[in-house]
Design a protein around this ligand. Structure first.
Ligand code: FES
Length: 173
């Protein structure tokens, strides 16, 4: 007889079902994990893909990976904090993630990135000295139909040009 999932696991499943429905990035990450057949030894590859998708490894993403790979969260956090490559939390009050995936790139997201870099005086992965804004890049966040896409504080914005990005930044700084 199959064991019923624990109440905690069912709660987690319900929470992530919502994420999967509302945020394509989770869907893409899930497909990537499936490709590795949920193998626990794929953890580092999965975290790489997650960072490419989200720009950094936010709490929910790490918990999603732990849930999907059936690994203790402590192990996932342990690996994510061990490697310098992984960014757990942008230091800034706001985050601006510019998608550099192919669809966005060919529609000019490199120009958006250049404008943001110039305005903020920082490179991807850095935070402005006043800790206002962290700039990050991602690779295909699953919104190619509205390319170029930029994620401002977790909200995906469509068809962004340099002027749109600068207007947003000006509201922050
Ligand atoms: S390439 Fe940017 S959303 Fe797909």
């Amino acid at each position: 007889m199959a064991l019923a999932p624990s109440p905690q696991r069912s709660k987690t499943a319900a929470r992530f079902a919502q994420k999967l429905a509302s945020d394509k990035r989770f869907k893409i990450l899930e497909a990537h994990i499936k490709k590795f057949q949920h193998r626990q030894d794929s953890l580092i590859e999965v975290l790489h893909r997650a960072q490419e998708l989200f720009g950094y490894l936010e709490d929910d993403v790490l918990r999603f990976v732990s849930w999907q790979l059936k690994l203790p969260a402590s192990r996932v956090y342990g690996v994510a904090t061990f490697y310098h490559y992984f960014t757990l939390k942008p230091q800034g009050e706001h985050t601006c993630v510019v998608c550099l995936g192919t669809a966005c790139y060919v529609k000019g997201s490199n120009k958006v990135l250049a404008a943001v870099e110039e305005r903020l005086g920082v490179k991807p992965g850095e935070t402005t000295p006043d800790k206002k804004v962290s700039l990050l890049t991602a690779r295909c966040i699953g919104a190619c139909g509205i390319a170029p896409a930029v994620v401002y504080d977790g909200h995906v914005a469509a068809k962004q040009g340099p002027a749109d990005a600068l207007q947003r930044l000006n509201q922050w700084i």
